[in-house]
Design a protein around this ligand. Structure first.
Ligand SMILES: *Cc1c(COP(=O)(O)O)cnc(C)c1O
Length: 344
C-alpha cells in the first residue's frame, strides 16, 4: 500500500525545497557576502529592489531581522513606532524593537486587518519637549493574525498621506505581500512606492528554505548592512540560499493563486460546520473559530493529527489552516474529510 502522506496545514513555512530549487542552489555562484561579493546574493537583491521600485535591497536570514533593520533605519532610539496590536513586529519578534532597537511602540486595537486611518492620524504625538516623538507607522500586508487579510490600497494610500502630513516614515512588513499582489492584482511597485522600507519573506508561501529582504533607498540600505552585521546577520557564501529565493520568485509566485483557491475550497467545505467565515478568506490563511463547537481547538488538533492532518492550535478555541506548495488538491480533500468527520 502506498504511504499516506501527512497533510501539514500548520503553516506555509513547512515547505521543503523542490528538486528544481535544490539544483539551482547547487549550481549557484558564490562569494563572501560580508564583502558584498556574492554574485547570486547581489543579483537577488537587485531583482527584488526592482520588483518593488526601490533603489536597493539587503538579504537577511529571517523576516524578523528584515523588519527590525527596517524599523531601526526609520526610528531613532527612544522614539516611537505606531502599529496595530496584532502586528508581527510587536507580537512575534520577542520584543526586539524595544530590546535591540530601543524603539518605543504604541498600538491601535487590531480589528482583523482593518485600519481606521483617521484614528491612526489622531495617535501621532505633537512635536515638543513633553512627549515621545512619533517617528514611523508600520503595517502588515497580508496580515498574519488578521487571517491573511489584504489591506485595501486606498487604506495604505491614506496612511501615506497621514505620514507625509506629520513628517513620519512608513514601514511595510510584507512577509506575505506576494499573496496580496496575487489576490488583488496590485502591482508590487505600487505597494513598494508607498513605503520607506519594506520587508519580504521568501520562506513562506514562496517555498525557499530561508531568506528575507529589506529594501529602501540606497543610502538606507548601505546603513542596513551595518545594522545587519550588528545583529549577527553578516553571512558568507550565501548565494546557495539566495539561489533558492531567486528560483522561488521565478517559479512559485504566480502559483500562489492555487493556494488561494485551495484555501477557499477548505473554507467553503468547513463553513457548514460553523467554524469558518468563508467570506473573509482572501489568501492562503483559513482562521478557525471553535467557540460554538462541541470540541475545543487542542482536541481537534490532536484528533486530526492521529488521522494525518496537522492544524495550528492558537488558543483554546482558535485554530488555523494555511495552504502552501506542499499540499495539493488530494491533500485538501483529505483534510476536509478528516475535519468535517471530527466536527459533525
Ligand atoms: C513570518 C513572518 C515574519 C518573519 O518571520 P521570521 O520567522 O523571522 O522569518 C514577519 N512578518 C510576518 C507577518 C510573518 O508572518
Amino acid at each position: 500500500m502506498a504511504e499516506v502522506r501527512v497533510v501539514d496545514l500548520r503553516s506555509d513555512t513547512v515547505t521543503r525545497p523542490t528538486d528544481g530549487m535544490r539544483a539551482a542552489m547547487a549550481a549557484a555562484e558564490v562569494g563572501d557576502d560580508v564583502y558584498a561579493e556574492d554574485p547570486t546574493v547581489n543579483a537577488l537583491q537587485e531583482r527584488v529592489a526592482t520588483m518593488f521600485g526601490h533603489e536597493a535591497a539587503l538579504f537577511t536570514p529571517t523576516g524578523s531581522m528584515a523588519n527590525q533593520i527596517g524599523l531601526q533605519l526609520l526610528v531613532p532610539r527612544g522614539e516611537e513606532l505606531l502599529c496595530d496590536a496584532d502586528a508581527h513586529v510587536v507580537t512575534y519578534e520577542i520584543g526586539a524593537a524595544a530590546a535591540l532597537g530601543g524603539i518605543s511602540t504604541r498600538t491601535w486595537p487590531a480589528v482583523a486587518a482593518e485600519i481606521d486611518v483617521e484614528a491612526v492620524a489622531a495617535m501621532v504625538r505633537p512635536a515638543g519637549y513633553h512627549a515621545v516623538p512619533t517617528r514611523a507607522i508600520a503595517v502588515e500586508q497580508t496580515h498574519n493574525r488578521g487571517g491573511g487579510a489584504v489591506l485595501p490600497l486606498s487604506t495604505l494610500e491614506g496612511l501615506r498621506r497621514v505620514a507625509d502630513a506629520a513628517g513620519l516614515f512608513l514601514h511595510c512588513d510584507g512577509a506575505r505581500i506576494w499573496h496580496a499582489h496575487i489576490a488583488d492584482g496590485v502591482p508590487l511597485q505600487t505597494y513598494g512606492r508607498l513605503f520607506d522600507t519594506v520587508s519580504v519573506c521568501l520562506s513562506k508561501g514562496l517555498g525557499a528554505p530561508i531568506g528575507s529582504l529589506v529594501m529602501g533607498s540606497a543610502e538606507r540600505i548601505e546603513h542596513a548592512r551595518l545594522l545587519r552585521k550588528r545583529l549577527g546577520g553578516g553571512m558568507r557564501q550565501v548565494g546557495v540560499l539566495a539561489a533558492a529565493g531567486d528560483y522561488a520568485l521565478t517559479h512559485h509566485l504566480a502559483r500562489l493563486a492555487d493556494d488561494h483557491a485551495r484555501a477557499r475550497r477548505l473554507a467553503e467545505a468547513l463553513a457548514p460546520c460553523g467554524i469558518v467565515d468563508a467570506a473573509r478568506v482572501r489568501t492562503n490563511v483559513v482562521p478557525l473559530d471553535l467557540t460554538k463547537c462541541a470540541i475545543d481547538a487542542p482536541t481537534l488538533g490532536a484528533l486530526a493529527r492521529e488521522r494525518g492532518v496537522l492544524v495550528s492550535v492558537l488558543g483554546p478555541r482558535v485554530g488555523r489552516l494555511l495552504t502552501h506548495l506542499d499540499v495539493d488538491d488530494a491533500g485538501i480533500e483529505r483534510a476536509i474529510e478528516v475535519l468535517t468527520g471530527l466536527l459533525t
